[in-house]
Design a binder for this molecule. Structure first.
Ligand code: CP3
Length: 350
């Protein structure tokens, strides 16, 4: 059975333009908060395949999106490499022993051994595969990983950062060490995505959420080429699985025509005009995005943006999404409105 989201990833014509939202399984849903409380904590929920599968499906049933994204977190990868991940109430993620030297890096395990430890993720995928197939509603399941650079910033800083100062110092003062970190993470992530595919995901997305921290002339060397290497590995072995790359804050990189690589969908962030992305990338890649997430606080602003995006993309080689993750206090009704509007404006009457 062909899935509308997968067809759209390959640029095929679909009855309407599919839509999903980054970070769609999360705190704006009361149903999510309930399951998270039952699990204990956010990390407990990530480690609980049955409940992770349950919250993955919530946005399909409640908001009506066309694809589910596996509920997990990008930071389970460094956690399983041997870094001790915790989420401190309200402050976000923390690693107790950040990576600052080659010796720190050598302490971490790498390769397939790490991917093999993420069994709870594959178990959640197997449960979801079974449930989605039983529903027969053609909704796709997206697996994901963080990009090596974005993961490295957390591993180096030890927590979320506004300036990425330690990582950026390393980029210029000790690029060899940074490349060693990036190469080690890349190796793990290749196996991790492969095992997600073997467990049953229909597509994979790589999140480079902190791409904008690197100046455009250095972005290829320290991030993009590693994402392309991962994409190439997946496409060479699993050509039927769409690969989506989402680098956030890279307008200048797009403008200068520096985007290359074997992948299917380019995720456009909210700061990049869709018309620019279309002109530069639209023939080579299907474009995903890119409504500014704060528009979700106004139904009028949402409708205006959806219509504008439809005018630019004309229902071709496009997947509706936000230009970054949904915020935790968005009214659910507004999220539903966004999804309905995307499907309404792009519907082909046959
Ligand atoms: O998209 C989805 O719905 C699937 C689940 C998902 C989560 N995190 C769940 C989550 C995905 C795809 C992610 C990816 C992720 N995690 C990224 C890349 C995407 C992006 O938004 O840029 C990043 C940078 C992280 C790291 C991370 N995880 C941070 C910085 C935080 C704390 C900030 C925050 O939003 O609270 C998290 C926690 C997190 N990951 C939550 C969820 C639902 C909130 C935890 C909670 O329930 O309290």
């Amino acid at each position: 059975m062909s899935k509308i989201f997968i067809d759209a990833c390959f640029g095929k014509e679909t009855p309407y333009t599919p839509v999903w939202m980054m970070r769609q399984a999360g705190r704006y849903l009361a149903e999510y908060m309930k399951v998270r409380a039952e699990a204990g904590s956010f990390l407990d929920l990530c480690h609980d395949p049955k409940r992770a599968a349950q919250v993955t499906l919530q946005p399909l049933d409640i908001v009506g999106v066309d694809a589910a994204i596996l509920f997990s977190d990008i930071l389970v990868v460094p956690d399983e490499m041997g870094m001790d991940l915790s989420f401190v109430g309200g402050e976000g993620p923390k690693f107790s022993d950040p990576i600052r030297t080659q010796a720190d890096l050598d302490r971490l395990i790498g390769g397939e051994e790490v991917a093999d430890k993420l069994t709870y993720v594959y178990e959640a995928i197997r449960i979801l595969r079974e449930q989605l197939d039983a529903r027969g509603d053609e909704k796709a399941l997206i697996g994901f990983t963080g990009a090596p650079w974005t993961l490295a910033t957390y591993m180096i800083e030890g927590e979320g950062s506004k300036t990425y100062a330690i990582s950026k110092k390393m980029l210029y003062a000790n690029p060899t060490l940074l490349h060693s970190i990036l190469a080690k993470v890349t190796e793990v992530v290749k196996y991790y995505l492969e095992k997600q595919i073997q467990a049953g995901v229909d597509a994979v997305q790589i999140f480079d959420s902190w791409a904008s921290a690197i100046e455009p002339s250095r972005y290829d060397e320290f991030s993009w080429k590693y994402m392309v290497e991962i994409a190439e590995y997946i496409k060479s072995k699993y050509p039927h699985i769409p690969v989506i790359l989402f680098p956030k804050g890279v307008t200048a990189f797009i403008e200068r025509g520096l985007v290359y690589g074997n992948f299917d969908v380019f995720g456009v962030d909210w700061g990049t005009p869709m018309a620019l992305a279309k002109a530069k990338l639209g023939e080579r890649y299907v474009l995903q995005g890119n409504m500014e997430p704060f528009r979700l606080y106004s139904v009028e602003a949402t409708t205006a943006c959806v219509e504008a995006l439809q005018n630019i993309m004309e229902g071709k080689r496009h997947i509706f999404n936000l230009g970054h993750g949904i915020l935790p206090d968005v009214p659910v009704e507004n999220a539903k409105h966004f999804v309905r509007e995307c499907q309404r404006v792009s519907k082909i009457d046959i």
